[in-house]
Design a protein around this ligand. Structure first.
Ligand code: PGA
Length: 253
């Protein structure tokens, strides 16, 4: 596992944007796993800027998003589909048919999950998976206690996750209770993983993910077993890491 610590959120976002942009340019057809939430917004902002300045194209990119709330149709204002359209896809040149996000309003969830996994396999698997991390150590919506062997599946969200995410909804009770998420196995199958974390409130989860034993109680800890995983952190998210790990710090440019 490689760890980069940047001074702040902007530095974290820029490093991630540049790192992935190099791969997008190098590989004409590339499959990206994308995440929603607050954390990747800066990364998306930099990609959009690169596209607008003519320095990057998403024409050869296929994308798969990690998760979607169960019960929300794509057009719902709080769906991750809407989030992705507004914060990235509408502003870059990706082909709409190359974009994949689980549908939260399907009738047969199990069949949908299976088809999602098949689609990922059909395109050769995910080259680079972008991840955030929850305060409880979840990645995607793989909550503590979930199985490492899970592929895309239906999960029940913890009260804590619903509370954290209630900031996007008008009333707490509107936050869906379930979601469809790529599983830990789907995530671990990606050829490269880039996890982003910023802010003091992520420092505990980041510490446990890197420093403690791999455990399903802290789902992100499974990333210790991935052969090509990069954590890009800001100083606050990295603040609990000991000096031996902090020694790998890179100074923000
Ligand atoms: P955040 O969420 O980026 O909004 O902090 C990350 C997550 O819960 O995985």
């Amino acid at each position: 596992m490689e760890i980069f610590v940047e001074k702040d959120y902007e530095g974290m976002s820029l490093r991630a944007a540049q790192m992935v942009a190099i791969e997008i340019k190098r590989k004409r057809q590339i499959v990206l796993g994308l995440a929603s939430g607050n954390t990747p917004l800066g990364l998306y902002k930099y990609w959009i800027r690169m596209v607008q300045q003519g320095n990057l194209s998403f024409k050869g990119v296929t994308s798969f998003n990690l998760d979607e709330y169960l019960g929300l149709a794509p057009q719902h204002p709080q769906s991750y589909w809407t989030y992705m359209q507004e914060n990235l896809f509408c502003q870059i040149d990706i082909e709409p048919e190359h974009v994949h996000i689980p549908h939260g309003d399907v009738e047969d969830v199990a069949a949908h999950c299976l088809a999602y996994e098949q689609l990922i396999r059909q395109v050769g698997g995910i080259d680079i998976q972008i991840l955030g991390i929850g305060q409880n150590g979840h990645i995607g919506f793989n909550e503590p206690g979930g199985r490492f062997g899970n592929s895309t599946h239906l999960v029940e969200l913890t009260e804590g996750t619903r509370q954290v995410n209630s900031r996007y909804f008008l009333q707490g009770e509107d936050v869906p209770t379930h979601a469809i998420t790529m599983g830990l196995k789907s995530i671990m199958n990606a050829k490269q993983i880039v996890l982003l974390a910023a802010g003091e409130n992520k420092s505990d989860a980041v510490y446990k993910a890197i420093m403690e034993e791999v455990s399903s109680e802290l789902p992100a800890s499974v990333l210790q077993l991935h052969p090509n995983c990069v954590f890009i952190l800001d100083e606050e998210a990295a603040s609990r890491l000991p000096a031996s790990v902090q020694g790998k710090r890179e100074v923000a440019r």
